[in-house]
Write a new protein. Sequence first.
Length: 271
Amino acid sequence: MGRVEGKVAFITGAARGQGRNHALLLAEQGADIIALDMCKPLASARYELASSNDLADTRKSVEALGRRCVSVEADVRDEDQLAHAIREGISEIGPIDIVIANAGVALFAVDESHEAWQDTIDINLTGVFNTLEAVVPAMVERGQGGAIVLTSSTAGLRGILGPSRAALGYVASKHGLVGLMRSYANNLAVHSIRVNTVNPSGVETPMITAASMIGFVEANPHLEPDITNPMPIDLLPCQDVSNAVLYLVSDDGRYITGTTLSVDAGFNNKN
């Protein structure tokens, strides 16, 4: 029997990267999945965002594991789209037990746009708030508890990555998620709904390995301490973050709430 057998997990940013990996691990452990992603371009992004085909691949991969999956294209910045996606998912596979608010962008680029700040805040922070506001009331009303994980970052715990608009927006949004998590954890504890963040250092995803990100790092060599782990690994595999997420949403973490779980190869502990 899987560690989340019979549960339904709602995952944003599920078309690829960490979100897809979370979906597959939870499906392997018995969960059905509502997978959401925007699947459209963002003018301020200097890398390709996930596509409709990517989201369809996530659904097919979950179904290949013998679990049900509803895939929905929706923008976390749009409350109406989110509400529709949640209604659609619940109507097809049942009420939501687990929420992984993972959708996010990193708009670092040598030629980053003026909109990089606002788009980062709108997606990474307001989008998570919208997600929780859309899904939490039904979880509370159901009265069966639940688990929520927000994808923050080492940049949610330290002031790193320099003075660019994209970097400041990223750090501010990821710090904001920690505060959001702590407030929701306090507010929802009485309902046995647990809320935590995962705070990884750099993870091997298309967002991080994009040419725009590499170019930004190469143009700012003074930021090397902000992206270097003490342990001898440059980028973490998605699987290691997914393992942490599974721990938090399963009964193994049944009394863990209001925490920042760092999966960071020692980054936050270094001088």
